[in-house]
Design a protein around this ligand. Structure first.
Ligand SMILES: [Zn+2]
Ligand SMILES: [Zn+2]
Length: 264
């Protein structure tokens, strides 16, 4: 399986996953043109995309959904409880292209997709595990808080994309954010902080995970350095040596496509 994060952050999210026989996107939060541009950077034809899996209806996840899926006639997979909101916000996905899922696993060609619920302030929000040949990739962003169930899923994944949205103090000090917006982000239905993300990463040590991309970083309330420093601080505090921390950690960004990660 090959994975590339085409964009991540509050201005648009889109992740590309490819197996031997399938090419899918998770979310289409960039314009159609920008998705095409970014796919071309990794030499993928947009016409080859089989399906788009949608996590939830916030615009940073569906901005280009209608135009891209209508143009390329790819299937759109959405949770049963969020499809009406997805349609309300971006409308007009032909019925023949809509595929609803619930909590059960489903297949797209040679990929098995396992959706799981996330607490977030949308009609319904999910993360996905994507499996091929015993290898597992999991993406969990836009979650208000970590739960033991999600953590268990991350521990059994080879590669993960995990939200590290904000530095708590930077957010609290941000004069551009209203009190209510800060409360929304910090709540159990908002986004997880660098602190919560790094605590989760510590719990993954010794398990299956070998690669992590930190994702959905806030432009105003976070930076690559703050997110990575938080992990390093926790490693030192817990006396964890570099050789015991056997994981690649990278940061996904808004404006650039990530490396292409291969898990096999
Ligand atoms: Zn959201
Ligand atoms: Zn989002």
């Amino acid at each position: 399986m090959r994975i590339c994060i085409l964009a991540s952050g509050s201005k648009g999210n889109c992740t590309y996953i490819e197996s031997e026989n399938s090419k899918i996107l998770i979310d289409a939060g960039l314009s159609k043109k920008e998705i095409e541009n970014r796919l071309s950077l990794i030499k993928v034809s947009p016409a080859d995309i089989d399906a788009i899996l949608v996590t939830h209806e916030h615009s940073d996840h569906i901005k280009g959904l209608e135009r891209f899926s209508n143009f390329y006639k790819c299937k759109v997979y959405g949770h049963r409880d969020s499809f009406s909101m997805i349609e309300e916000k971006c409308s007009l996905i032909p019925l023949s292209q809509q595929v609803e899922f619930c909590s059960n696993d489903f297949n797209i060609k040679d990929l098995t997709i396992s959706p799981f619920d996330l607490d977030h302030d949308s009609s319904h929000c999910v993360g996905f595990s994507v499996m091929e040949n015993g290898k597992k990739f999991t993406i969990a962003t836009d979650l208000g808080h970590m739960t033991p169930e999600i953590e268990k899923r991350l521990k059994t994944s080879d590669f993960i994309v995990l939200e590290s949205n904000h530095d708590i103090q930077t957010l609290k000090n941000n004069p551009n954010y209203s009190y209510s917006l800060k409360q929304r982000i910090l709540s159990k239905y908002g986004h997880i902080s660098n602190d919560e993300c790094s605590n989760t990463i510590l719990n993954l040590i010794g398990h299956k995970t070998r690669g992590i991309m930190l994702a959905h970083l806030s432009e105003q309330n976070n930076s690559k350095e703050l997110a990575i420093n938080e992990i390093n601080k926790k490693l030192i505090k817990n006396n964890i040596k570099a050789e015991d921390f056997n994981m690649y950690v990278g940061v996904a960004t808004q404006n650039n496509v990530s490396n292409i990660f291969k898990i096999k």
